[in-house]
Ligand binder design. Structure first.
Ligand SMILES: Cc1cc2nc3c(=O)[nH]c(=O)nc-3n(C[C@H](O)[C@H](O)[C@H](O)COP(=O)(O)O)c2cc1C
Length: 194
């Protein structure tokens, strides 16, 4: 029996790769999600599964591969930071998508609630607490409540068809008074700009 006739059977590798390529036609922003593990380690990875869900209450989601080395840390995390990357942060996106003993080594970082590591230079940052979680195939989907946020003007990093690209300056939102704190103005280490 073919995989198509019985979805319980494993799909051919080529079909999965084709599905991945089709899904990759959906251009997304790029974010780094960070938290503090119970043993005190800073953990974080690059994601493009981040999405907004609700304004009232303020909810967002992202999904994490069950193969992630940080699975347990995010499963129990009381606080998580989501950093939406700027067009200038492609190297950071690559660093947080590659295996490394310490992805934070040498980075200028602040500290948020529950010791969550905060990265600088992003176009938006959301400090979140857990709201709901569900298993979905080979990923865990986290729905988070946004407790605080900040944003900065500037073009965002974009991921499309397996490649990073910068958003045109014309497409960037203009600088505006903010509800969070404008962390382009006072990004000092150790200060939580919220
Ligand atoms: C643009 C981009 C988007 C990604 N999105 C996700 C994602 O949404 N969820 C995920 O689990 N991995 C995602 N990854 C892969 C992880 O960043 C990568 O596998 C990382 O090494 C996982 O690290 P960890 O095992 O320490 O969690 C993405 C990678 C890139 C380059």
């Amino acid at each position: 029996m073919s995989a198509a006739a019985n979805p319980a059977l494993e799909r051919p590798r080529s079909e999965i790769e084709d599905l991945r390529a089709a899904l990759g036609q959906f251009a997304t922003g790029v974010a780094i999600v960070t938290t503090r593990a119970p043993d005190g380690r800073s953990v974080g990875l690059t994601v493009n599964s981040f999405a907004s869900v609700s304004l009232e209450p303020p909810l967002v989601l992202w999904s994490l591969s069950k193969r992630s080395s940080s699975l347990e840390a995010f499963r129990v995390a009381p606080s998580v930071a989501i950093h939406v990357l700027s067009a200038e942060q492609e190297a950071l996106a690559r660093r947080f998508a590659s295996p490394s003993a310490d992805r934070f080594a040498g980075l200028h970082r602040g500290i948020g609630p529950a010791g969550v590591p905060l990265l600088e230079g992003c176009v938006a940052r959301f400090i979140c607490t857990p709201y709901a979680r569900t298993e979905a195939g080979d990923h865990l989907v986290f729905i988070l409540r946004v407790e605080r946020w900040a944003r900065a003007a500037g073009p965002a990093l974009v991921f499309h068809a397996g490649r990073f690209c910068g958003m045109g300056q014309d497409a960037a939102p203009p600088a505006a008074p903010e509800r969070g704190v404008d962390f382009t103005r006072a990004p000092r280490p150790g200060i939580v700009p919220h």
